[in-house]
Design a protein around this ligand. Structure first.
Ligand SMILES: Nc1ncnc2c1ncn2[C@@H]1O[C@H](COP(=O)(O)OP(=O)(O)O)[C@@H](O)[C@H]1O
Ligand SMILES: [Mg+2]
Length: 266
């Protein structure tokens, strides 16, 4: 996809975004577009503001400057059509899988009939059929995140925000979930911003990788991932995959060295 096409089909437009916590400036001058069927992955050192950026995009956290547009709507508060998947799953512990997945639909005022139709569909899509009445504490981390994904997908989001969604599950489960997410996304491509600290995951999932850097941070580098879709396990074996992984790695590494040798409080 050329950058001109990306712009024409932009679903998310961010301009001059700034955020601080008190005197601490997290990021400044963040600007980018994300296409309607584009996956942007974001990598950056721990603490550089990735979660903060997603919370701004979700409308949960007011920015201190700049603008966020979702299609023709300027974001000022949470809006329908933007869904978030959290690192620590963010499920209601007192609700079953069914009720967790139904939650967003209920909040959006969906009819009983619509809920009854959509919820089982999305539970099945993420492979949780048969676990409708299970509670989060009864499930593995992988199953809980499947539930988090179903809850996000159930509202038919125009924008999917993922905050290190597979960081809290074991390596094998993570790999399974990555390919499941790719399969689900291929079935209905949508605008997605996927934060990860795994370079490999960033290259595997993304059409572009953004590298957040600096203090305050900003999008310092954008790396186009010209790997064919659908992405599968075979993608991991392409020479081009290794090249791109090295590129993202070297871009991040200079920053990581500096961060490692920074005195705390500095
Ligand atoms: N509510 C808050 N109040 C004050 N500082 C915060 C708050 N949330 C995050 N921070 C700080 O802002 C920076 C960015 O945090 P965060 O967005 O969570 O980074 P990341 O997700 O990239 O690890 C960190 O230095 C963090 O300590
Ligand atoms: Mg974070």
């Amino acid at each position: 996809m050329s950058s001109a096409e990306t712009n024409a089909a932009a679903r998310i437009r961010v301009r001059g975004l700034a955020k601080r916590y008190g005197a601490f400036e997290v990021f400044r001058d963040v600007a980018f577009d994300v296409g309607q069927r584009e996956v942007v992955t974001i990598v950056g050192a721990s603490g550089c503001g990735k979660t903060t950026l997603l919370r701004c995009l979700d409308g949960l956290l007011p920015a201190d400057g700049g603008e966020i547009w979702i299609d023709a709507q300027r974001l000022a508060a949470p809006i329908a059509g933007v869904a978030m998947v959290f690192q620590h799953f963010g499920l209601f512990p007192w609700k079953t899988v069914y009720d967790n997945v139904a939650y967003g639909l209920r909040m959006a005022g969906a009819s009983r009939e619509e809920i009854g139709r959509r919820v089982p569909h999305f539970i099945a899509l993420v492979g949780l059929a048969g676990f409708e009445q299970a509670y989060p504490y009864q499930m593995s981390g992988g199953m809980q995140q499947r539930c988090g994904l179903a809850r996000a997908l159930a509202i038919d989001p125009a924008v999917l925000l993922m905050d290190e969604p597979f960081a809290a599950v074991d390596a094998q489960t993570r790999e399974i979930l990555q390919f499941e997410l790719l399969r689900i996304w291929e079935g209905k491509p949508t605008s997605m911003i996927f934060v990860t600290h795994s370079i490999e995951e960033a290259v595997l999932m993304g059409d572009r990788v953004f590298v957040l850097k600096g203090r305050p941070s900003r999008v310092a580098e954008t790396i186009a991932i010209d790997l064919p879709r659908p992405r599968t396990r075979a993608t991991l074996r392409l020479p081009r995959f290794a090249e791109l992984r090295e590129r993202v790695w070297s871009t991040l590494m200079s920053e990581a060295r500096q961060a490692e040798f920074q005195l705390s409080g500095g």
